[in-house]
Design a binder for this molecule. Structure first.
Ligand SMILES: *[C@@H]1O[C@H](CO)[C@@H](O)[C@H](O)[C@H]1NC(C)=O
Ligand SMILES: *[C@@H]1O[C@H](CO)[C@@H](O)[C@H](O)[C@H]1NC(C)=O
Length: 578
Protein backbone atom coordinates (compact mmCIF):
# COMPACT_ATOMS: atom_id res chain seq x y z
CA UNK A 1 0.00 0.00 0.00
CA UNK A 2 1.13 3.56 -0.56
CA UNK A 3 2.83 5.66 2.07
CA UNK A 4 2.25 9.19 0.93
CA UNK A 5 2.85 11.26 4.02
CA UNK A 6 5.85 11.71 6.25
CA UNK A 7 5.35 11.44 10.02
CA UNK A 8 6.02 14.78 11.68
CA UNK A 9 9.07 13.40 13.49
CA UNK A 10 10.89 13.49 10.16
CA UNK A 11 10.57 17.26 10.08
CA UNK A 12 12.71 17.84 13.15
CA UNK A 13 16.04 18.97 11.77
CA UNK A 14 16.83 22.31 10.25
CA UNK A 15 18.06 20.48 7.16
CA UNK A 16 14.57 19.10 6.68
CA UNK A 17 12.98 22.50 7.09
CA UNK A 18 15.18 23.79 4.35
CA UNK A 19 14.56 20.96 1.95
CA UNK A 20 10.85 21.00 2.58
CA UNK A 21 10.64 24.70 1.96
CA UNK A 22 12.43 24.22 -1.31
CA UNK A 23 10.12 21.40 -2.29
CA UNK A 24 7.09 23.33 -1.30
CA UNK A 25 8.06 26.36 -3.29
CA UNK A 26 9.03 24.20 -6.23
CA UNK A 27 5.61 22.63 -6.19
CA UNK A 28 3.63 25.78 -5.89
CA UNK A 29 5.50 28.52 -7.68
CA UNK A 30 8.30 27.00 -9.72
CA UNK A 31 6.55 24.32 -11.70
CA UNK A 32 6.85 26.11 -15.03
CA UNK A 33 10.31 27.68 -14.63
CA UNK A 34 13.75 26.11 -14.84
CA UNK A 35 15.61 27.98 -12.08
CA UNK A 36 18.62 26.09 -10.75
CA UNK A 37 18.52 24.97 -7.10
CA UNK A 38 21.34 27.41 -6.16
CA UNK A 39 19.49 30.38 -7.58
CA UNK A 40 16.39 29.20 -5.84
CA UNK A 41 18.13 28.96 -2.49
CA UNK A 42 19.50 32.47 -2.87
CA UNK A 43 16.08 33.69 -3.81
CA UNK A 44 14.34 31.99 -0.89
CA UNK A 45 16.81 32.62 1.91
CA UNK A 46 15.33 35.92 3.17
CA UNK A 47 11.88 34.32 3.21
CA UNK A 48 13.18 31.34 5.15
CA UNK A 49 14.88 33.48 7.80
CA UNK A 50 11.74 35.53 8.36
CA UNK A 51 9.79 32.33 8.75
CA UNK A 52 12.07 31.02 11.46
CA UNK A 53 12.27 34.27 13.40
CA UNK A 54 8.61 35.19 13.53
CA UNK A 55 6.67 32.03 12.81
CA UNK A 56 3.26 33.05 14.07
CA UNK A 57 3.08 36.11 11.87
CA UNK A 58 3.71 34.18 8.67
CA UNK A 59 1.25 31.35 9.29
CA UNK A 60 -0.19 30.05 6.02
CA UNK A 61 -3.53 28.63 5.13
CA UNK A 62 -2.94 24.92 5.61
CA UNK A 63 -2.22 22.15 3.13
CA UNK A 64 -4.10 19.23 1.64
CA UNK A 65 -2.72 15.80 0.90
CA UNK A 66 -4.30 12.77 -0.69
CA UNK A 67 -3.73 9.79 1.62
CA UNK A 68 -5.68 7.07 -0.17
CA UNK A 69 -7.44 7.33 -3.51
CA UNK A 70 -9.76 4.49 -2.68
CA UNK A 71 -10.40 2.79 0.66
CA UNK A 72 -13.26 0.87 -0.95
CA UNK A 73 -16.03 2.28 1.25
CA UNK A 74 -17.57 5.66 2.11
CA UNK A 75 -16.18 7.15 5.34
CA UNK A 76 -19.61 7.96 6.80
CA UNK A 77 -18.64 7.30 10.44
CA UNK A 78 -15.12 7.58 11.93
CA UNK A 79 -13.61 7.00 15.36
CA UNK A 80 -9.92 7.22 16.28
CA UNK A 81 -8.71 4.58 18.76
CA UNK A 82 -5.68 4.85 21.05
CA UNK A 83 -3.62 2.55 18.83
CA UNK A 84 -3.79 5.26 16.13
CA UNK A 85 -6.27 3.34 13.99
CA UNK A 86 -9.38 4.93 12.58
CA UNK A 87 -12.43 2.70 12.55
CA UNK A 88 -14.49 3.68 9.53
CA UNK A 89 -17.82 2.36 8.30
CA UNK A 90 -20.81 3.22 6.12
CA UNK A 91 -23.84 0.91 5.79
CA UNK A 92 -24.53 -2.68 4.81
CA UNK A 93 -27.40 -1.69 2.50
CA UNK A 94 -25.44 0.52 0.09
CA UNK A 95 -25.11 -2.48 -2.27
CA UNK A 96 -21.67 -3.86 -3.07
CA UNK A 97 -18.74 -1.76 -1.88
CA UNK A 98 -15.40 -1.50 -3.71
CA UNK A 99 -13.54 -3.67 -1.19
CA UNK A 100 -13.79 -7.45 -0.74
CA UNK A 101 -14.04 -9.12 2.62
CA UNK A 102 -10.90 -11.16 3.44
CA UNK A 103 -10.58 -14.96 3.15
CA UNK A 104 -13.62 -15.34 0.92
CA UNK A 105 -15.97 -14.32 3.72
CA UNK A 106 -19.51 -13.30 2.80
CA UNK A 107 -22.53 -12.06 4.69
CA UNK A 108 -25.72 -13.95 4.04
CA UNK A 109 -28.51 -11.83 5.43
CA UNK A 110 -32.07 -12.64 4.36
CA UNK A 111 -33.35 -9.37 5.91
CA UNK A 112 -30.96 -7.23 3.88
CA UNK A 113 -32.61 -4.68 1.59
CA UNK A 114 -29.82 -4.30 -1.00
CA UNK A 115 -27.81 -7.51 -1.57
CA UNK A 116 -28.64 -10.64 0.42
CA UNK A 117 -25.32 -12.41 -0.17
CA UNK A 118 -22.61 -9.78 0.09
CA UNK A 119 -18.87 -10.57 0.00
CA UNK A 120 -17.80 -6.92 0.26
CA UNK A 121 -16.72 -4.92 3.32
CA UNK A 122 -18.66 -1.99 4.75
CA UNK A 123 -16.10 -1.10 7.38
CA UNK A 124 -12.33 -0.63 7.37
CA UNK A 125 -9.58 -0.06 9.88
CA UNK A 126 -7.22 2.69 8.70
CA UNK A 127 -3.76 2.72 10.28
CA UNK A 128 -2.77 6.39 10.62
CA UNK A 129 0.92 5.62 11.19
CA UNK A 130 1.46 3.37 8.18
CA UNK A 131 -1.24 4.87 5.92
CA UNK A 132 -2.66 1.41 5.22
CA UNK A 133 -6.11 -0.08 5.71
CA UNK A 134 -7.78 -3.48 6.03
CA UNK A 135 -11.39 -4.58 5.56
CA UNK A 136 -13.55 -5.32 8.61
CA UNK A 137 -16.61 -7.51 8.80
CA UNK A 138 -19.74 -5.90 10.18
CA UNK A 139 -22.76 -8.23 10.39
CA UNK A 140 -25.81 -5.97 10.64
CA UNK A 141 -26.74 -2.52 9.36
CA UNK A 142 -24.77 0.33 10.99
CA UNK A 143 -26.24 3.11 8.84
CA UNK A 144 -26.63 6.53 10.52
CA UNK A 145 -25.65 5.21 13.92
CA UNK A 146 -23.82 6.65 16.90
CA UNK A 147 -21.03 5.64 19.25
CA UNK A 148 -18.07 6.46 21.43
CA UNK A 149 -15.10 4.81 23.11
CA UNK A 150 -15.59 3.40 26.60
CA UNK A 151 -13.21 3.95 29.53
CA UNK A 152 -10.95 1.08 28.56
CA UNK A 153 -10.66 2.28 24.96
CA UNK A 154 -13.09 -0.02 23.15
CA UNK A 155 -15.34 1.54 20.52
CA UNK A 156 -18.94 0.96 21.57
CA UNK A 157 -21.19 1.64 18.58
CA UNK A 158 -24.95 1.81 18.97
CA UNK A 159 -27.83 1.23 16.59
CA UNK A 160 -28.33 1.66 12.88
CA UNK A 161 -31.11 0.61 10.56
CA UNK A 162 -33.23 -2.43 9.77
CA UNK A 163 -31.73 -5.57 11.40
CA UNK A 164 -29.11 -3.43 13.16
CA UNK A 165 -31.26 -0.79 14.81
CA UNK A 166 -31.25 -2.38 18.30
CA UNK A 167 -27.70 -3.72 18.05
CA UNK A 168 -24.62 -2.65 20.02
CA UNK A 169 -21.27 -3.43 18.42
CA UNK A 170 -17.86 -3.27 20.00
CA UNK A 171 -14.43 -2.95 18.45
CA UNK A 172 -11.35 -3.47 20.61
CA UNK A 173 -8.12 -1.78 19.64
CA UNK A 174 -5.86 -4.74 18.91
CA UNK A 175 -4.13 -6.19 15.87
CA UNK A 176 -6.47 -8.11 13.62
CA UNK A 177 -9.51 -7.59 15.79
CA UNK A 178 -12.93 -7.34 14.23
CA UNK A 179 -16.43 -6.19 15.13
CA UNK A 180 -18.44 -8.02 17.80
CA UNK A 181 -22.20 -7.73 17.87
CA UNK A 182 -24.52 -7.62 20.87
CA UNK A 183 -27.99 -8.24 19.43
CA UNK A 184 -30.72 -6.45 21.37
CA UNK A 185 -28.17 -4.37 23.29
CA UNK A 186 -30.50 -1.38 22.98
CA UNK A 187 -34.01 -0.99 24.37
CA UNK A 188 -35.22 1.25 21.52
CA UNK A 189 -34.37 1.56 17.87
CA UNK A 190 -31.55 4.15 17.47
CA UNK A 191 -31.16 5.74 14.07
CA UNK A 192 -29.70 9.32 13.97
CA UNK A 193 -29.16 9.36 17.76
CA UNK A 194 -26.37 11.08 19.70
CA UNK A 195 -24.14 9.55 22.37
CA UNK A 196 -22.29 11.24 25.21
CA UNK A 197 -19.89 9.58 27.59
CA UNK A 198 -20.83 10.13 31.25
CA UNK A 199 -18.60 10.63 34.30
CA UNK A 200 -19.18 7.00 35.35
CA UNK A 201 -17.98 5.76 31.94
CA UNK A 202 -21.38 4.72 30.58
CA UNK A 203 -22.80 6.32 27.46
CA UNK A 204 -26.16 8.01 27.27
CA UNK A 205 -27.89 7.54 23.91
CA UNK A 206 -30.31 10.33 23.08
CA UNK A 207 -33.09 10.41 20.49
CA UNK A 208 -33.01 9.11 16.97
CA UNK A 209 -35.80 9.03 14.42
CA UNK A 210 -39.19 8.79 16.14
CA UNK A 211 -37.47 8.20 19.48
CA UNK A 212 -38.34 11.00 21.90
CA UNK A 213 -36.40 9.35 24.71
CA UNK A 214 -32.98 8.24 25.92
CA UNK A 215 -31.28 5.19 27.37
CA UNK A 216 -27.87 4.15 28.70
CA UNK A 217 -25.26 1.63 27.68
CA UNK A 218 -24.21 -0.48 29.43
CA UNK A 219 -27.39 -0.90 31.46
CA UNK A 220 -26.96 -0.70 35.22
CA UNK A 221 -29.59 -3.26 35.95
CA UNK A 222 -31.37 -5.24 33.28
CA UNK A 223 -34.55 -5.38 35.33
CA UNK A 224 -34.80 -1.58 35.69
CA UNK A 225 -36.71 0.82 33.46
CA UNK A 226 -34.44 1.25 30.49
CA UNK A 227 -36.15 4.00 28.56
CA UNK A 228 -36.67 7.59 29.74
CA UNK A 229 -38.84 10.09 27.89
CA UNK A 230 -37.50 13.42 26.63
CA UNK A 231 -40.38 15.74 25.63
CA UNK A 232 -37.85 18.35 24.42
CA UNK A 233 -37.38 16.14 21.35
CA UNK A 234 -41.12 16.25 20.66
CA UNK A 235 -41.14 20.03 21.04
CA UNK A 236 -38.24 20.50 18.62
CA UNK A 237 -39.58 18.11 15.97
CA UNK A 238 -40.53 20.15 12.88
CA UNK A 239 -43.35 18.50 10.94
CA UNK A 240 -42.11 17.25 7.58
CA UNK A 241 -38.42 17.91 8.27
CA UNK A 242 -37.70 16.81 11.85
CA UNK A 243 -34.66 19.15 12.20
CA UNK A 244 -33.88 17.67 15.62
CA UNK A 245 -31.94 14.54 14.72
CA UNK A 246 -28.35 13.95 15.83
CA UNK A 247 -28.85 16.55 18.60
CA UNK A 248 -25.70 18.34 19.82
CA UNK A 249 -25.02 16.98 23.31
CA UNK A 250 -22.28 18.06 25.74
CA UNK A 251 -21.54 17.16 29.34
CA UNK A 252 -21.53 20.47 31.20
CA UNK A 253 -19.07 21.14 34.05
CA UNK A 254 -21.96 20.90 36.56
CA UNK A 255 -22.66 17.31 35.50
CA UNK A 256 -25.83 18.12 33.56
CA UNK A 257 -26.21 17.65 29.83
CA UNK A 258 -26.49 20.52 27.39
CA UNK A 259 -28.82 19.24 24.67
CA UNK A 260 -29.34 21.33 21.53
CA UNK A 261 -31.92 20.36 18.91
CA UNK A 262 -33.36 22.40 16.05
CA UNK A 263 -32.90 26.03 17.20
CA UNK A 264 -32.69 25.79 20.98
CA UNK A 265 -31.24 24.00 23.94
CA UNK A 266 -31.90 22.76 27.46
CA UNK A 267 -29.74 21.84 30.41
CA UNK A 268 -30.81 18.41 31.51
CA UNK A 269 -30.39 16.35 34.66
CA UNK A 270 -30.37 12.83 33.20
CA UNK A 271 -30.44 11.21 36.65
CA UNK A 272 -33.69 12.90 37.65
CA UNK A 273 -35.12 13.20 34.12
CA UNK A 274 -35.49 16.91 34.72
CA UNK A 275 -34.96 20.01 32.59
CA UNK A 276 -32.98 22.32 34.89
CA UNK A 277 -32.69 25.23 32.49
CA UNK A 278 -34.11 26.35 29.15
CA UNK A 279 -31.79 28.43 27.01
CA UNK A 280 -33.12 31.17 24.75
CA UNK A 281 -33.72 30.30 21.12
CA UNK A 282 -30.82 31.11 18.78
CA UNK A 283 -31.49 34.58 17.29
CA UNK A 284 -33.36 34.21 14.01
CA UNK A 285 -34.74 30.83 15.04
CA UNK A 286 -33.40 28.94 12.04
CA UNK A 287 -32.81 25.20 12.52
CA UNK A 288 -29.28 23.84 13.02
CA UNK A 289 -29.83 20.09 13.48
CA UNK A 290 -30.25 17.30 10.94
CA UNK A 291 -31.35 17.59 8.17
CA UNK A 292 -30.74 21.35 8.51
CA UNK A 293 -27.32 20.11 9.57
CA UNK A 294 -25.08 22.68 11.23
CA UNK A 295 -22.46 21.60 13.72
CA UNK A 296 -21.38 22.40 17.25
CA UNK A 297 -18.49 22.19 19.73
CA UNK A 298 -17.99 22.64 23.43
CA UNK A 299 -15.25 25.27 23.50
CA UNK A 300 -12.04 24.48 25.47
CA UNK A 301 -12.60 24.02 29.20
CA UNK A 302 -10.05 25.93 31.27
CA UNK A 303 -9.37 27.08 34.86
CA UNK A 304 -10.39 23.63 35.97
CA UNK A 305 -9.16 24.19 39.54
CA UNK A 306 -11.33 27.23 40.08
CA UNK A 307 -14.69 27.15 41.83
CA UNK A 308 -16.52 28.71 38.94
CA UNK A 309 -15.51 26.99 35.74
CA UNK A 310 -17.05 28.47 32.62
CA UNK A 311 -18.28 26.43 29.68
CA UNK A 312 -19.14 27.80 26.26
CA UNK A 313 -20.83 26.19 23.26
CA UNK A 314 -20.47 27.25 19.64
CA UNK A 315 -23.02 26.29 16.98
CA UNK A 316 -22.22 27.06 13.32
CA UNK A 317 -24.10 26.85 10.03
CA UNK A 318 -27.30 25.02 9.21
CA UNK A 319 -30.13 25.53 6.74
CA UNK A 320 -33.11 27.90 6.95
CA UNK A 321 -36.59 26.67 7.83
CA UNK A 322 -38.27 24.91 4.95
CA UNK A 323 -34.94 24.06 3.26
CA UNK A 324 -35.57 20.33 3.34
CA UNK A 325 -39.03 20.52 1.78
CA UNK A 326 -37.86 23.07 -0.83
CA UNK A 327 -34.76 21.02 -1.68
CA UNK A 328 -36.98 18.00 -2.35
CA UNK A 329 -38.73 20.27 -4.90
CA UNK A 330 -35.29 21.14 -6.36
CA UNK A 331 -35.04 24.62 -4.87
CA UNK A 332 -31.87 24.97 -2.85
CA UNK A 333 -31.82 27.69 -0.19
CA UNK A 334 -28.47 29.24 0.73
CA UNK A 335 -27.06 27.78 3.96
CA UNK A 336 -26.83 29.79 7.19
CA UNK A 337 -23.65 31.87 7.46
CA UNK A 338 -23.92 32.47 11.19
CA UNK A 339 -22.41 30.93 14.29
CA UNK A 340 -23.91 31.43 17.73
CA UNK A 341 -21.84 31.24 20.91
CA UNK A 342 -23.24 30.94 24.43
CA UNK A 343 -21.78 30.68 27.93
CA UNK A 344 -23.87 27.79 29.22
CA UNK A 345 -22.66 28.25 32.81
CA UNK A 346 -23.94 31.85 32.94
CA UNK A 347 -26.97 32.47 35.20
CA UNK A 348 -28.58 34.47 32.37
CA UNK A 349 -27.00 33.13 29.22
CA UNK A 350 -27.42 34.72 25.81
CA UNK A 351 -26.38 33.75 22.31
CA UNK A 352 -23.83 35.98 20.62
CA UNK A 353 -24.04 35.74 16.84
CA UNK A 354 -20.95 35.86 14.61
CA UNK A 355 -20.77 35.74 10.82
CA UNK A 356 -18.75 33.17 8.89
CA UNK A 357 -17.12 34.08 5.56
CA UNK A 358 -19.78 31.95 3.80
CA UNK A 359 -22.92 29.93 4.45
CA UNK A 360 -22.34 26.27 5.35
CA UNK A 361 -24.51 23.21 5.83
CA UNK A 362 -23.13 19.72 6.65
CA UNK A 363 -19.75 21.11 7.76
CA UNK A 364 -17.80 19.40 10.54
CA UNK A 365 -16.33 21.28 13.47
CA UNK A 366 -13.02 19.80 14.58
CA UNK A 367 -11.34 20.92 17.79
CA UNK A 368 -7.61 21.46 17.30
CA UNK A 369 -5.08 20.85 20.12
CA UNK A 370 -4.63 24.62 20.66
CA UNK A 371 -8.35 25.28 21.10
CA UNK A 372 -9.03 26.68 17.63
CA UNK A 373 -11.90 25.08 15.73
CA UNK A 374 -11.60 23.93 12.14
CA UNK A 375 -14.87 24.18 10.22
CA UNK A 376 -14.48 21.84 7.25
CA UNK A 377 -16.49 20.00 4.53
CA UNK A 378 -20.08 20.65 3.55
CA UNK A 379 -22.17 22.65 1.12
CA UNK A 380 -23.29 26.20 0.47
CA UNK A 381 -26.94 25.38 -0.20
CA UNK A 382 -29.59 22.72 0.28
CA UNK A 383 -29.67 20.31 3.21
CA UNK A 384 -28.58 16.88 4.35
CA UNK A 385 -30.42 13.95 2.77
CA UNK A 386 -30.33 12.13 -0.57
CA UNK A 387 -29.32 14.48 -3.41
CA UNK A 388 -30.33 17.57 -1.42
CA UNK A 389 -27.00 19.46 -1.11
CA UNK A 390 -25.50 21.88 -3.65
CA UNK A 391 -22.48 24.19 -4.01
CA UNK A 392 -19.72 22.32 -2.18
CA UNK A 393 -17.68 24.53 0.17
CA UNK A 394 -14.14 23.43 -0.59
CA UNK A 395 -12.27 25.71 1.79
CA UNK A 396 -12.18 25.09 5.52
CA UNK A 397 -12.45 28.02 7.91
CA UNK A 398 -10.46 28.32 11.09
CA UNK A 399 -12.31 29.75 14.09
CA UNK A 400 -9.71 31.37 16.33
CA UNK A 401 -11.37 30.92 19.68
CA UNK A 402 -9.13 33.35 21.58
CA UNK A 403 -9.34 36.22 19.12
CA UNK A 404 -11.78 39.03 19.81
CA UNK A 405 -15.19 38.76 18.19
CA UNK A 406 -15.01 40.10 14.64
CA UNK A 407 -11.54 38.67 13.92
CA UNK A 408 -12.03 34.98 14.56
CA UNK A 409 -12.57 33.49 11.09
CA UNK A 410 -9.67 32.68 8.76
CA UNK A 411 -10.35 31.00 5.42
CA UNK A 412 -8.01 28.13 4.60
CA UNK A 413 -6.72 26.60 1.38
CA UNK A 414 -9.37 24.64 -0.51
CA UNK A 415 -9.44 20.94 -1.29
CA UNK A 416 -10.36 19.71 -4.80
CA UNK A 417 -12.86 17.18 -3.52
CA UNK A 418 -16.44 18.04 -2.59
CA UNK A 419 -17.34 16.50 0.76
CA UNK A 420 -21.11 16.57 0.83
CA UNK A 421 -23.64 14.39 2.68
CA UNK A 422 -22.04 11.45 4.52
CA UNK A 423 -18.56 12.89 4.83
CA UNK A 424 -16.40 13.03 7.95
CA UNK A 425 -13.39 14.73 9.58
CA UNK A 426 -11.32 13.62 12.59
CA UNK A 427 -8.18 15.00 14.26
CA UNK A 428 -5.30 12.57 14.68
CA UNK A 429 -2.41 12.68 17.14
CA UNK A 430 0.09 14.40 14.83
CA UNK A 431 -2.28 17.36 14.44
CA UNK A 432 -3.62 16.60 10.97
CA UNK A 433 -7.33 16.36 10.26
CA UNK A 434 -8.29 13.27 8.26
CA UNK A 435 -11.20 13.80 5.92
CA UNK A 436 -13.22 11.17 4.09
CA UNK A 437 -16.55 10.18 2.65
CA UNK A 438 -19.29 11.95 0.70
CA UNK A 439 -22.11 10.03 -0.87
CA UNK A 440 -25.46 11.73 -1.35
CA UNK A 441 -26.81 8.73 -3.31
CA UNK A 442 -28.81 5.73 -2.15
CA UNK A 443 -26.11 3.43 -3.57
CA UNK A 444 -22.52 3.86 -4.74
CA UNK A 445 -22.65 6.00 -7.86
CA UNK A 446 -19.54 7.07 -9.76
CA UNK A 447 -20.84 8.43 -13.06
CA UNK A 448 -23.48 10.83 -14.37
CA UNK A 449 -24.18 12.35 -10.97
CA UNK A 450 -23.39 15.79 -9.58
CA UNK A 451 -21.31 14.50 -6.68
CA UNK A 452 -19.88 11.03 -7.33
CA UNK A 453 -19.47 8.63 -4.40
CA UNK A 454 -16.15 9.52 -2.81
CA UNK A 455 -13.93 6.68 -1.57
CA UNK A 456 -10.77 8.72 -0.93
CA UNK A 457 -9.13 9.82 2.31
CA UNK A 458 -7.35 13.17 2.51
CA UNK A 459 -5.48 14.98 5.24
CA UNK A 460 -5.71 18.68 5.96
CA UNK A 461 -2.61 19.97 7.75
CA UNK A 462 -3.39 23.19 9.61
CA UNK A 463 -0.68 25.84 9.26
CA UNK A 464 0.75 24.92 12.69
CA UNK A 465 2.27 21.86 10.98
CA UNK A 466 4.31 23.94 8.56
CA UNK A 467 7.98 22.93 8.61
CA UNK A 468 8.88 26.55 9.37
CA UNK A 469 7.52 26.03 12.91
CA UNK A 470 9.81 23.07 13.70
CA UNK A 471 12.02 25.24 15.90
CA UNK A 472 9.21 26.44 18.13
CA UNK A 473 7.20 23.20 18.14
CA UNK A 474 7.40 21.42 21.51
CA UNK A 475 8.27 17.74 21.70
CA UNK A 476 7.10 15.79 24.75
CA UNK A 477 10.00 13.91 26.37
CA UNK A 478 8.40 12.58 29.55
CA UNK A 479 7.84 8.89 29.69
CA UNK A 480 5.76 9.25 32.87
CA UNK A 481 2.74 9.79 30.67
CA UNK A 482 0.53 6.75 30.30
CA UNK A 483 -1.90 6.27 33.13
CA UNK A 484 -3.03 9.50 34.81
CA UNK A 485 -5.01 9.93 38.03
CA UNK A 486 -7.62 12.61 38.68
CA UNK A 487 -6.07 15.70 40.25
CA UNK A 488 -2.54 14.38 39.85
CA UNK A 489 0.28 16.93 39.55
CA UNK A 490 2.60 16.04 36.76
CA UNK A 491 6.09 17.35 36.00
CA UNK A 492 6.25 17.23 32.26
CA UNK A 493 9.52 17.42 30.31
CA UNK A 494 9.54 18.70 26.79
CA UNK A 495 11.93 20.08 24.26
CA UNK A 496 11.71 23.28 22.23
CA UNK A 497 14.61 24.27 20.00
CA UNK A 498 13.79 27.96 20.07
CA UNK A 499 11.89 28.84 23.25
CA UNK A 500 10.33 32.16 22.40
CA UNK A 501 8.18 32.71 25.42
CA UNK A 502 8.02 30.61 28.59
CA UNK A 503 4.69 32.22 29.45
CA UNK A 504 3.12 31.01 26.24
CA UNK A 505 3.29 27.30 27.02
CA UNK A 506 0.31 25.21 28.09
CA UNK A 507 -0.85 21.60 28.00
CA UNK A 508 -4.15 20.23 26.70
CA UNK A 509 -6.00 16.92 26.68
CA UNK A 510 -8.35 16.08 23.84
CA UNK A 511 -10.87 13.23 23.84
CA UNK A 512 -11.01 11.35 20.51
CA UNK A 513 -14.48 11.85 19.10
CA UNK A 514 -16.97 9.80 17.13
CA UNK A 515 -17.74 11.73 13.94
CA UNK A 516 -20.75 11.30 11.71
CA UNK A 517 -23.29 13.58 10.00
CA UNK A 518 -21.25 16.70 10.84
CA UNK A 519 -21.19 16.17 14.59
CA UNK A 520 -18.29 14.93 16.70
CA UNK A 521 -19.71 13.14 19.74
CA UNK A 522 -17.61 13.33 22.93
CA UNK A 523 -15.30 15.99 21.48
CA UNK A 524 -13.81 17.73 24.53
CA UNK A 525 -10.63 19.79 24.99
CA UNK A 526 -9.26 20.42 28.49
CA UNK A 527 -6.68 23.12 29.09
CA UNK A 528 -4.65 22.02 32.12
CA UNK A 529 -3.71 24.32 34.98
CA UNK A 530 0.05 24.75 35.06
CA UNK A 531 2.97 26.44 36.77
CA UNK A 532 5.58 28.48 34.98
CA UNK A 533 7.94 26.69 32.65
CA UNK A 534 11.42 26.07 33.99
CA UNK A 535 14.49 25.35 31.93
CA UNK A 536 16.10 21.97 32.67
CA UNK A 537 19.08 22.19 30.34
CA UNK A 538 19.81 23.26 26.78
CA UNK A 539 16.57 22.93 24.86
CA UNK A 540 14.79 20.89 27.56
CA UNK A 541 12.11 22.43 29.73
CA UNK A 542 9.71 21.33 32.42
CA UNK A 543 6.18 22.41 33.24
CA UNK A 544 4.10 21.23 36.17
CA UNK A 545 0.50 20.57 35.16
CA UNK A 546 -2.54 19.43 37.12
CA UNK A 547 -4.64 16.65 35.63
CA UNK A 548 -8.40 17.46 35.75
CA UNK A 549 -9.74 16.68 39.21
CA UNK A 550 -13.16 15.31 38.32
CA UNK A 551 -14.70 12.84 35.87
CA UNK A 552 -17.45 15.44 35.39
CA UNK A 553 -14.85 17.67 33.74
CA UNK A 554 -13.09 14.81 31.99
CA UNK A 555 -14.87 11.43 31.80
CA UNK A 556 -12.47 8.49 32.26
CA UNK A 557 -10.72 7.05 29.23
CA UNK A 558 -8.06 7.78 26.65
CA UNK A 559 -7.06 11.31 25.67
CA UNK A 560 -4.47 12.80 23.37
CA UNK A 561 -2.09 14.93 25.44
CA UNK A 562 -0.41 17.96 23.85
CA UNK A 563 2.04 20.68 24.88
CA UNK A 564 1.41 23.95 23.05
CA UNK A 565 3.96 26.75 22.64
CA UNK A 566 2.91 29.99 20.96
CA UNK A 567 -0.17 28.18 19.63
CA UNK A 568 1.97 25.50 17.95
CA UNK A 569 1.03 22.07 19.37
CA UNK A 570 3.43 19.18 19.91
CA UNK A 571 2.62 15.81 18.47
CA UNK A 572 0.17 14.31 20.98
CA UNK A 573 0.80 11.29 23.18
CA UNK A 574 -1.94 8.97 24.41
CA UNK A 575 -2.76 9.06 28.11
CA UNK A 576 -5.27 6.96 30.00
CA UNK A 577 -7.23 8.88 32.61
CA UNK A 578 -8.43 6.43 35.24
C1 LIG B 1 -15.95 0.69 -7.76
O1 LIG B 1 -16.41 -0.47 -8.37
C2 LIG B 1 -17.26 -0.24 -9.48
C3 LIG B 1 -17.86 -1.56 -9.93
O2 LIG B 1 -16.89 -2.58 -9.91
C4 LIG B 1 -16.46 0.43 -10.58
O3 LIG B 1 -17.27 0.70 -11.70
C5 LIG B 1 -15.94 1.74 -10.03
O4 LIG B 1 -15.10 2.38 -10.96
C6 LIG B 1 -15.15 1.53 -8.75
N1 LIG B 1 -14.88 2.85 -8.22
C7 LIG B 1 -13.74 3.18 -7.69
C8 LIG B 1 -13.60 4.61 -7.22
O5 LIG B 1 -12.83 2.41 -7.54
C1 LIG C 1 -15.46 -1.61 27.28
O1 LIG C 1 -16.08 -2.51 26.38
C2 LIG C 1 -15.50 -3.81 26.32
C3 LIG C 1 -16.24 -4.59 25.27
O2 LIG C 1 -17.60 -4.65 25.55
C4 LIG C 1 -15.60 -4.47 27.70
O3 LIG C 1 -14.96 -5.72 27.66
C5 LIG C 1 -14.94 -3.57 28.72
O4 LIG C 1 -15.14 -4.13 30.01
C6 LIG C 1 -15.56 -2.18 28.68
N1 LIG C 1 -14.85 -1.32 29.61
C7 LIG C 1 -15.45 -0.79 30.66
C8 LIG C 1 -14.59 0.03 31.54
O5 LIG C 1 -16.64 -0.94 30.88
Amino acid sequence: MHTLFKPMSQYNTRKHILSLHLNYNFDTTMTTTTTTPTCLLFFLLPLLITTIISPVATAGKGQWQLLQKNIGIVAMHMQLLHNDRLIIYDRTDFGLSNLSLPDGKCRNDPTETAVKIDCTAHSVEYNVLSNTFRPLFVQTDVWCSSGGVNSSGTLVQTGGFNDGDHTVRTFEPCNNCDWREIAGGLTARRWYATNQKLPDGRQIIIGGRKQFNYEFYPKNDISAVNLYSLPFLVQTNDPGAENNLYPFVFLNVDGHLFIFANNRAILFDYNKNLVVKTFPQVPGGEPRSYPSTGSSVLLPLKNLQSRTIEAEVLVCGGAPKGSYQRAEAKEFFGALNTCARIKITDPNPNWVVETMPEGRVMSDMVMLPNGDVLIINGAGSGTAGWELGREPVLNPVLYKTKNPSGSRFESQNPSNTPRMYHSTAVLVRDGRVIVGGSNPHIGYSFANVLFPTELSLEAFSPSYLEPGFANVRPRILSSILGSLKYGQKLKLKFQVKAMLDQNLVYATMLAPSFNTHSFSMNQRLLVLESNKVVKVEGTSFEIEVTVPGSPVHAPPGFYMFFVVHREIPSEGVWVHLV
